[in-house]
Design a protein around this ligand. Structure first.
Ligand code: SF4
Length: 76
């Protein structure tokens, strides 16, 4: 559980791997289809937040988003 959650449009991931480069703690490329998968879908402020924000920012097709669970607002 956490204050923020990941919204991820896996279908449109192109397997660029940039998210896994900047946030290897939570993102890795699937050995099966080369698309990214994440381990933890909820987190609070701090290291995990920063890591996932970075992943969302660098994704070239903008398929990673972070939602504030309380307000429902899309932060990125
Ligand atoms: S950066 Fe975006 S497109 Fe690239 S692997 Fe990660 S989610 Fe997929």
């Amino acid at each position: 559980m956490g204050k923020y959650k990941i919204e991820y449009d896996r279908e449109n991931c192109i397997g660029a791997g940039t998210c896994t480069a900047v946030c290897p703690k939570n993102w890795e490329l699937s050995a099966e289809d080369g698309k990214a998968d994440f381990h933890q879908d909820e987190f609070d402020e701090g290291e995990d937040y920063d890591c996932n924000m970075e992943a969302a920012k660098v994704c070239p097709v903008n398929v990673i988003h972070i939602i504030d669970k309380k307000t429902g607002k899309k932060i990125i």
